[in-house]
Design a binder for this molecule. Sequence first.
Ligand code: XMP
Length: 321
Amino acid sequence: MEIKEITLKELNPEKFIEEKVRYISSVVGDDLAVNALSGGVDSSTVTMLGHRALGDKLETFFIDNGLMRENEPEHIASLFEDLGVNIELIDAKKVFFERLKGIEDPEEKREAITRAFYKDVFGPLVRKSGAKYLLQGTNYTDVEETVAGIKRQHNILEQVGINTEETYGYGIIEPLIQLRKPAIRKVAKALGLPEEIYNRPPFPGPALATRVIGEVTQERVEIVRKATKIVEDELSDTGAFQYLAILHEDGVTGIKEGKRDYGLQIEVRCWDSKDATTASPTRLPYETLDRLAERLAKEVPNVVSVTYNITKKPPSTIEAI
Ligand code: XMP
């Protein structure tokens, strides 16, 4: 199927919303539909479009995979409740950590998360709901990257020849497939979503697992979660494209009460970028780096080393895995 991009210049958000609402309600008819909300701009936009088109005929799940940032699941769910959208928060932490147990290879970690999501958690939820349709936030870049063989985005199914109706028993509706991120942000704003959603910095689907080197355990995610909170607090007004904390694997030698003490190493990354395909480390003032080091070493237990990434993408990538 040929998909034609609607560019930012061509987009009329109000008209786009009207057309997609009409399209979704005509496809779903009297049936039920489901979708998964993560709080990212794509899934949030799809949730609002679906809600406008279907009201109670859309069931929206937020899967708490245990890999999100501090209070993220509750915060996003309550933000949507305030907009009149009912969200079912599903506690699936155990399943995800079970799947991730003992895995260190980056691609295997991603695969484990995809499996936990589709096979163990979301698949059964969709079947139980009796829904005939799944609404997904697949965008134009996802299709482009998958077809080009750069990155296999987990939400690409039809474009790589999978017939979802035959394979899974439900059809897929992808209202954002002709748009890239800046256009989606415009639609999100026009739908009345708050600025923290339509201007949200990118955050990966596999969440904090992309920032843990080595095995992803509940304890190690908790460490990176604390570090992330500090990094986001300190860097949110820099105007940078994205900023994050990574937990390294090896015990690093440090000093505690005058004696040798093995501890943890946190790496901070902060990126200037247009679209994440290439990126450069932000030239942060030294005082900011100093404050980050102080806070991370003091507020995150056992941290003895804080580093700042100075490598461009490529050869680096934005996330660690
Ligand atoms: P990398 O690490 O590949 O990241 O340089 C490029 C951009 O994509 C985000 N990212 C993801 N987004 N699912 C997503 O929705 C993913 O699996 C994923 N992995 C990376 C990353 O945060 C950056 O903005």
